[in-house]
Design a protein around this ligand. Sequence first.
Ligand SMILES: [Zn+2]
Length: 259
Amino acid sequence: MPAPDVQAFNTANWSLDNSFLVQLQDPGEPYEAACPFYVIDHPEGTVVVDTGLSHEMLDDPAGYGPTGAAFMEEFLPYIEYDESMHPRAQLAEAGYAPEDIDYLLLTHLHSDHAGHVDLFPDAEVLVRTEELRHAFWPVPIQDLFYLDGDFMPLRSPEFDVTEVAGEYDVFGDGSVIAFPTPGHTPGHQSVHVDLGDEEVILAADVAHRKVGYENGFQASFNWDLSQSVESLREVKSRARRTGADVRLLHDRGDTNALR
Ligand SMILES: [Zn+2]
């Protein structure tokens, strides 16, 4: 089987109260979360997984998208980013143009995962139906995490959006499989990648730090806590069955391990 390769690129560092990320653990202690995206290079095509936090939004939150995101101004002192961390710059340095990307696989549409979707009008976008519905019509509190400036481009006829249900085998060879892991959001999905000599599960926000993953401590703002716990068990059992390494998106150790 042709073996893909996976790399991580960080778009911003967001310092958050640890107890926000890992429920009730170390309140008041900051944790500097990474906001990366991944590139999976497969012999038959290139996949970008998530797109990080929008720099355009960080530059001007109130002017971002149809309704703006002025409330994000409160977070700006805690977010570090610069031009070299923009996905366009990082892709160029790694030898890719946005047009080279064949698939854009979105684990979910939270602002720290879907910030640069507009860079990829030539890619086929793979996102779960439940996530699209929830992003466009979120419930209270959840609406803080969904910025319509991020995902409005998906409504443009320029974009080719495939609504994914169940497991989705991107190349049809078992090497890159998206599978549902709802809970953090209704349409959250994770990605199992078979690299030939090792397997990796990009588990996104199934948990926010390794300590949360290991102990089953979820983020309190998750959409559904019992589904979150079930999805975490599903990832753990897959990892046991296949020997895959689990990489959480915001855990700095996990992001660094992929680089
Ligand atoms: Zn999230």
